[in-house]
Design a protein around this ligand. Structure first.
Ligand code: 13P
Length: 254
């Protein structure tokens, strides 16, 4: 019903030259195909065109994603990148609402919502991130917090094809720390996300939306998350920066 998804988030790593080499390495690792697993590589803006060319040249079984977008179509927004600019270089996905953007760059739920609408209007699939801080988790309010984010981030969205909207649950305390949530922790929140989506969009749509887990996901722990009913894949930071470890995660999902 839902294809699994393994998505890499390179964050602010890999120059253009390094990014092309990493994409070529990944194309080679995955040359046998990825079965039913959808694989996405989200790169810094300057790497997009180069990685797109690698995908085309090798007919590589992964799709290109961006890490950020601005919702306006064009104009005086120095430094920003529009959805059309992303589609023009071959991006099919875009991460929005990552906790690093929310934390360092003050991205709000309202911004995330506008970005989702702009992307979807251009046929780009949002990978919309949510997740609680350690403080919220320790106060036992993590489910409530994430459900509230989901409601705000999806407000007024029309989801015609549920495979074209992806959510990533990334508890902030597990990102880049080596501290993973347990598979049960992930299921608890991913299950609550799906229930919330069912209330908003109806069960059929909710059942088609992929909910990924992210936060120190690695080749040796990804299978445990994937066993859970409502965890449909992973959004991978550090382990996506080496072709062999990222490919190992894809293979674990196949
Ligand atoms: P790590 O896998 O490095 O913990 O990063 C997770 C993440 O933030 C992916 O978006």
């Amino acid at each position: 019903m839902r294809n699994r998804m393994i998505a890499g988030n390179w964050k602010m790593n890999e120059t253009y030259t390094e990014g092309v080499a990493l994409a070529e390495g990944l194309a080679k690792e995955l040359e046998g195909g990825t079965g039913d697993v959808d694989v996405v590589v989200c790169t810094p803006a300057v790497d997009l065109k180069g990685v797109s060319e690698v995908i085309e040249q090798h007919d590589a079984p992964f799709a290109l994603g961006a890490e950020n977008v601005y919702w306006e179509e064009k104009g005086a927004f120095t430094g920003e990148i529009s959805p059309s600019m992303l589609t023009n270089v071959g991006a099919k996905y875009c991460i929005i609402g990552h906790s690093e953007r929310r934390g360092y760059f003050h991205e709000t739920d309202e911004d995330v919502n506008k970005k989702a609408k702009a992307l979807m209007a251009h046929g780009i699939v949002p990978i919309s991130c949510c997740g609680e801080s350690l403080e919220v988790r320790e106060a036992g309010k993590h489910v409530e917090f994430v459900v509230d984010q989901i409601k705000k981030d999806t407000e007024g969205l029309t989801i015609e094809d549920p495979s074209k909207y992806v959510i990533a649950y990334e508890p902030i305390w597990a990102i880049g720390t080596g501290k993973t949530a347990t598979a049960d922790d992930a299921q608890e929140v991913c299950g609550a996300i799906r229930e919330t989506l069912a209330q908003i969009f109806g069960k059929e749509t909710a059942d088609g939306i992929r909910v990924l887990y992210g936060g120190s996901a690695k080749p040796n722990n990804v299978a445990g998350f994937l066993e859970k009913e409502d965890v449909d894949g992973a959004l991978v930071g550090g382990a996506s920066l080496k072709a062999d470890s990222f490919a190992a995660m894809v293979k674990a999902a196949m």
